[in-house]
Design a protein around this ligand. Sequence first.
Ligand code: GRF
Length: 194
Amino acid sequence: MAKLIGKNKIQCAVFISGRGSNLKSIYKYSKKKDSKINLQLVVSNNTNAPGLTFAKKKKIKTKVVKYKNKFKSEIQIINSLKINKIELICLAGFMKILSKKFIIKFKKKIINIHPSLLPKYKGLNTHERAIKNKEKYSGCTVHFVSQKLDSGKIILKRKVRLFKSDTSASLAKRVLKAENILYPLAIKKILTKI
Ligand code: GRF
């Protein structure tokens, strides 16, 4: 990431599979005067992802890859990333696991948001598990992507209070709000000298 610090604007791609609320918050950040990124490309494995509609509305380039074959799909994605000179990949609800090869190729250039306070609750159903364990807090984490699922170096976390009355839906809603705040902050952090 050091190579990217101090550069004017970093060409950024966001990978999505669905709703795209984090995509929206990254887009909003990209439009700020002091933003460090240009949101150049949105990649999705799902033709019907609502996030794609948003991207098209904002005239961001989109690349849909149907993922019938992981290897071939990743080649298509890599080509698209090259054409668009992408230097930073933000995974935001992308439901496909990237291959080891892909992750090595873009080492330290892929980040992800996860709806728990990592290293707690890696994987799926984070909110259900946090509630079941009667946690006082849950939250979200932005981290670099490594070959081990949800285990790369942590960039930033944001805590969210967990109430006794919470259901996984109510907690998910509160955590998502925190995610939408956290993602741009994490991008800013890795692209700014501290
Ligand atoms: C978020 O909860 C994120 O943490 C998880 O998938 C969800 C994506 O939400 N990885 P959105 O599509 O950004 O609204």
